[in-house]
Design a protein around this ligand. Sequence first.
Ligand code: NAD
Ligand code: MG
Length: 384
Amino acid sequence: MTRSISILGATGSIGDSTLDLVRSQPGEWRVVALSANCSAEKLARLAIEFGAEIAVVGDEACLPELREHLSGTGIEATGGAQALCEAAARPCDLTVAAIVGCAGLAPTMRAIEQGNTVALANKEALVSAGEVMTRLVAEHGTTLLPVDSEHNAIFQCLQGNDLADVRWITLTASGGPFRTKTMVELEAATPAQAVAHPNWDMGAKISVDSATMMNKGLEFIEAFHLFPVGLDRLRIIVHPQSVIHSMVEYRDGSTLAQLGPSDMRVPIASTLAHPARMDTRCKPLDLATIGELTFFAPDEERFPATKLAREAAHAGGGAPAVLNAANEVAVAAFLAGQLKFTQISAIVARTLDNYAPPAPTSLDAVLAVDAEARARAAAMLEPV
Ligand code: NAD
Ligand code: MG
């Protein structure tokens, strides 16, 4: 039976991997909405290839170009934040939330409200909104399927088990491209070095997050919301080979792990086929060639981001939204050459010290905290 799918953030790395899987199942999917921030040409090409109902650019300035590329195709073209939310609210069987950053929050909330099953890659949305999102999921009986490889692994390891029997959820972290670098080397790290991840091919923002370890910090908060076992049952271990994607230890002493190649098509496929399985063209895991799996405790002296995220999770209130917003601003400034690598976590820490709003209780309140935290973090970028 044909199922319908919308992909928010269709032109990015997760969008590419998702569409590659959709392409591998001809006739099985009907594409409703595809979105991008701008990339009008690529978006139009994808919308035509997949026969989408509607293509949306988040940045309204890119709409004329999108319209031009889609003229005569019968595919609707829209643009702007409101149009993105309207497209996200179109009913479909599965919405893949793959926009990067808090920019994906409002459209993801609309898909949840509609009752579409949501495959969530956009971790920043859940980190910022926290209970505002999980409450909406519960209210609308929406199924939320984690795409993030660690959370997808945990989700798989929890199947058929009771959360009450969980002793530990262990998130694995590759340690990123700078795992073995000294403090002095980290000071001088460039954007090009930071985005060159040893195991995964990802968008620029998450690649920098991986290098600072803020990605694991955001994932810690993401796990807290997806798998409510309590913060004191969540931990992080560095595992440079990225073969074990995460683990769940039960009270009887059994640890279940999910292993796989470092290819996001594997976790995405598990959400597309859920609760069944589908074929992928991913290179199978070759453990004899990999040879060794190693594990290390995280070094929070060189990589303070996981500590900041854990503290924000414990502090609660608006702290996770502030952490995320300040990090988005600092990462963008680092990528633009305005900030040293080691200043990213420093800006996040200073913003958290400077702004401690209460827990937002609505989408608008989350967006207001996000905007204020961005303004304060941006003000800290001025040369001192
Ligand atoms: P990316 O930068 O490659 O793609 C981001 C997508 O979002 C693009 O389609 C872009 O056009 C769109 N977008 C960006 N800013 C936007 C805005 N302001 N408004 C509307 N659309 C906007 O990023 P990615 O690597 O595909 O990551 C997407 C999300 O998935 C992130 O939240 C990331 O943390 C998460 N994730 C990615 C990976 C990975 O391997 N790439 C793994 C796990 C989780
Ligand atoms: Mg991950």
